[in-house]
Design a protein around this ligand. Sequence first.
Ligand code: FAD
Length: 318
Amino acid sequence: MKVIEHIEKANGSTLFSFEILPPLKGQNIKSIFDSIDPLMEFKPPFIDVTYHREEYVYKELGNGLLEKHIIRKRPGTVGICAAIQNKYSVDAIPHILCGGFSKEDTENFLIDLDFLGIDNVLALRGDAVASETYFKPEKDGHNYASDLVKQIVDLNTGKYLDEELQNSSATDFCIGVAGYPEKHMEAPSLDSDIHFLKKKIKSGASYIVTQMFFDNSKFFEFVEKCRAAGITVPIIPGLKPISTKKQLNLIPHRFKVDLPDDLIMAVVRAEDNKAVRQIGIEWCIEQSKELVAKGVPLLHYYSMGKSDNIKAIAKEVF
Ligand code: FAD
């Protein structure tokens, strides 16, 4: 079932969903099931599975020279989605990127998803690979998520890359895209970012999931600006509970989001990471309750493969 249908069916009540990462290469799928099992009591209508593109690593050859290798540390997005749908009978949403994909790769990826009975995708550009400053598409790939959305919409109308294909069958994906309450890190302003967000919706996306934020007022202002710009689709807030001291530096640096002073100082004063985890849970419960009171369609949690804190939050909110 499509995300927008789940939202319509909920008839105004707030749904619960979460996002997981494929395990590091070498681990098995049990770690994924172990992180999903405790959260199933909150009846997620869908579970997102992130996609991780290739990375460059350099191996020393012993003679002062380095050899460049391309590896994928977390493969398995499609297989995990199929396993989730099979084991839990809930929808699984694979993330799909522009980065690392040619248009042909994208088409073949989408064909696999369609054959597996996957109805939804979250279409993203992806970040630059670690060794590069700016994002570079593949030679025949997409520059922006809006172009990727267009290709998915084309396939939904039976238009494949090879225009000579006869009797081609149309897919029927519901497409989600990313939004950034504190603007995307490369965007010169929030208004310009929302301008391009609208382009993703006009291209055919049906809903927006936001980057994590820790101050609800940023989300409410973002939604207001989106509505003023003519974006009418559901906007799903993404939430992540802080769980370690290290994240005080890591989150603003990696995701370019602000942490409120009260939260920062509570974490700074905490004795250890056990105490930080509890602070993160309590902060996220307060955020969640306020968002539910404002009638958001769904709360989407970034679980990062750890379910105990998400479970503690969901118990208080759902
Ligand atoms: P886009 O929408 O393409 O925007 C990228 C930038 O370009 C923005 O600054 C935008 O304002 C600008 N822009 C857009 N269109 C144009 C245009 N036509 N002309 C000029 N500028 C333009 N990354 C992963 O690698 N794997 C994942 O699974 C993953 N999941 C995510 C899930 C969520 C909910 C979110 C919020 C992010 C996720 N990301 C993931 C990170 C995401 O890939 C990065 O944030 C990436 O840098 C931007 O992706 P996007 O789809 O928002 O890009």
